[in-house]
Write a protein of this length. Structure first.
Length: 63
């Protein structure tokens, strides 16, 4: 359940920031570009952490 909520929240934030970036002026784009990178890194970490935990769990459960 945490995986689903985290995934939905991170994808939704990236979509909102992406739309704001496309619709914004040059000054707003510079500001969104600064905030978009940390959100993107956070989304990647959420996906990686979930998949890594799933791989470790499946690896340990086979022993």
């Amino acid at each position: 359940m945490i995986r689903v909520v985290g995934t939905i929240a991170s994808v939704a934030m990236l979509i909102v920031l992406g739309i704001k970036y496309m619709m914004g002026s040059a000054e707003e784009r510079a500001e969104y570009k600064k905030t978009l990178f940390p959100y993107f890194i956070g989304a990647v970490l959420i996906f990686a952490a979930v998949n890594l935990a799933q791989v470790i769990y499946s690896w340990v459960s086979t022993w």
